[in-house]
Write a protein that binds this ligand. Structure first.
Ligand code: SF4
Length: 364
């Protein structure tokens, strides 16, 4: 759909947008809603960037997760039958902090990427599947992590360079430069890494910029066929941040952008809506084009939005059944991209499919 057509439909015929988006979603996903049972590992809160909305970032070196604590978390994940280890952190902290460089060196590493790669190895030893989201990465870094990750992620957030201007949320965040993020997403495509990206809505972007972000993501996917899901994440104000007093996007804005995303993106790309940020409109979000609710952790909180508790899996399951949706667990790699992975990862995945026939798979 062309930008002008979308903008005019947004102005004049919202019902048509909702209708077409729902129809497209149902043709491909029917009533199935997927999620991944995961362990969320915030490796460090130190970060070279300073985004205006971020309540996660901290200068404190004690925020690093040490290997012994990590192993304890892996054990808990296994007990809770998690399959995915979601590894996230502040971007390239060693560029900014001597304390980060000292911490890494104490454990024998010269970069955060290598520290995380070791964490991914430890996860695989427990037959747990890493999904790392480490910010901008080079071809060499992505190639290294591809060996131990079932999938990887990087939120585009927005294709708007304008939001890097003074007074805008990305002004102090060199890592949020859209051209750099798009390069990482494209390089992951060249390397055939199953990939998650997404947009962040409500940080001052225009509708034209939202549409451009989605169209740009789709163009990269059409070139490389590696984007398995796009997260539509709504801004959620955090205390003690420059944007603490900003209003989050309205219900209507969230639902409309979901419909627009569904109409712009290829049908095979899952559209993910974080359930804890959309508790009161989760069914409406599914009706508007979303088909995935992302990671739900029985072990850890959402460290990015600590004020937003995750659903209990059973509660969400019941809520969806009541609205005639079926909630199905999936792995961090979608079935059609398992072929991109090495045999070590595929062997673990095969075991899961063998032992748990209800997992989302190619047979559905
Ligand atoms: S949102 Fe991410 S990149 Fe931005 S400051 Fe926070 S941790 Fe760093």
């Amino acid at each position: 759909m062309e930008t002008e057509t979308i903008l005019s439909t947004l102005d004049n015929n919202k019902e048509e947008l909702y209708f077409k988006a729902k129809e497209k979603k149902e043709n491909y996903y029917n009533n199935i809603v997927t999620f991944s049972r995961n362990l969320f590992v915030p490796v460090t809160h130190q970060c070279r960037n300073r985004c205006g909305y971020c309540g996660f970032v901290s200068d404190d070196v004690s925020s690093w997760i040490k290997p012994d604590r990590y192993q304890m978390l892996l054990n808990k994940a296994k007990e809770a039958n998690c399959k995915e280890i979601l590894i996230t952190l502040g971007e390239k902290p060693e560029e900014k902090y001597q304390t980060a460089r000292d911490f890494l060196s104490k454990y024998g590493f010269d970069s955060t990427v290598k520290y995380v790669e070791n964490f991914c190895e430890l996860a695989l030893k427990e037959n747990l599947l890493p999904h790392s989201n480490l910010g901008i990465l080079s071809l060499e870094e992505l190639s290294l992590l591809k060996e131990t990750n079932a999938s990887m992620g990087l939120m585009l957030e927005t294709s708007s360079e304008r939001l890097m201007e003074q007074g805008k949320p990305h002004h102090l965040s060199p890592g949020k430069k859209p051209s750099l993020r798009l390069k990482t997403i494209s390089t992951a495509g060249q390397l055939k890494i199953p990939f998650t990206t997404g947009i962040l809505i409500g940080i001052g972007e225009t509708w034209e910029e939202r549409i451009d972000s989605l169209q740009t993501i789709n163009e990269i996917h059409l070139k490389y066929n590696h984007i398995q899901e796009v997260i539509v994440q709504n801004f959620n104000p955090q205390p003690n941040t420059p944007m603490a007093e900003w209003s989050p996007p309205s219900d209507e804005e969230v639902l409309l952008i979901l419909s627009v995303a569904r109409l712009i993106l290829s049908h095979s790309i899952s559209i993910q809506i974080p359930p804890n940020l959309n508790k009161t409109r989760i069914i409406d979000a599914l009706e508007s084009g979303a088909n995935d609710v992302g990671g739900i952790s029985p072990v850890t909180i959402d460290y990015i939005n600590p004020n937003m508790e995750w659903h209990k899996e059973q509660t969400l399951h019941k809520q969806l059944i009541d609205s005639e949706y079926e909630l199905i667990e999936r792995l961090p790699v979608y079935p059609q991209y398992e072929k991109y992975l090495n045999s070590r990862l595929r062997d673990i995945i095969e075991e899961y499919h063998k032992n748990e026939e209800t997992l989302y798979s190619n047979n559905r």
